[in-house]
Design a protein around this ligand. Structure first.
Ligand code: VGL
Ligand code: ZN
Length: 211
């Protein structure tokens, strides 16, 4: 039985940006392969929210800022922070959405990670787990209570957006085949375990598309 969508449903499309695509600054294997599927999914939804990772120069998540290598971890004021290659610099081509992403009816684009001293994987709370992005208030005011998540990366921004979404009282469903992982050691299994623990279902897009 395909899932029936109603007025309370929204598709949350996480970080479908050039730098996360093969050949980009922080490449995700097959990241580009989800774009046509996300376009198809979006047509099923009256309400679509896009997020855009949006970093200033010398961002705290950049390995270069700490004179370290990418994919290492450092301690920062809010805990541990994985270091990344410089990516999605504000207003660059790398930060732009994939050119084939076509969701003209998307209603809001939520930028995150724009504070130099705080990273933000989650669309709801920055990595200090305190600073809100404003998305929860927006969704509540719009009466959008059930969110289907897709995009990049499964084991980072999709993961933390899903977990914070649940913590903020939203119903969360992850459309797994419309995501791809970065795949650092333990990151995929950790995500699967966290979703199971939080009772976050992972579905396949066929359950929405009905074929
Ligand atoms: C992401 C690492 C760094 C993501 C963003 O979109 O999952 N991952 N910045
Ligand atoms: Zn980032």
């Amino acid at each position: 039985m395909p899932i029936t969508l109603g007025p309370q449903d929204a598709l949350l499309v996480i970080d479908v940006q050039n730098d996360f695509m093969p050949g980009g600054a922080l490449p995700i294997k097959d990241g580009d392969s989800v774009v046509p599927l996300i376009n198809t999914l979006a047509k099923k939804f009256d309400h679509v929210v896009l997020t855009q990772d949006w970093h200033p120069p010398e961002h705290i998540s950049f390995a270069t800022t700490h004179d370290q290598r990418p994919y290492e971890t450092v301690k920062v004021a809010y805990g541990s922070q994985t270091l990344w290659p410089e990516h999605v610099l504000q207003h660059t081509e790398g930060a732009a959405f994939h050119p084939a992403l076509h969701i003209p009816h998307a209603e809001v684009i939520l930028r995150k990670g724009f504070r130099r001293h705080i990273d933000s994987y989650s669309a709801f709370l920055e990595n200090d787990h305190t600073t809100p992005t404003g998305l929860a208030g927006y969704l509540r005011e719009r009466n959008l209570s059930r969110l289907f998540l897709c995009g990049l990366a499964y084991d980072f921004c999709v993961r933390y957006s899903a977990l914070d979404g649940i913590a903020h009282g939203f119903e969360i469903i992850v459309v797994e085949d419309a995501t791809r992982p970065v795949d650092l050691p333990g990151s995929i299994s950790g995500t699967n375990a966290a979703f199971a623990q939080a009772n976050i279902p992972r579905i396949q897009s066929t359950e929405l598309l009905g074929c």
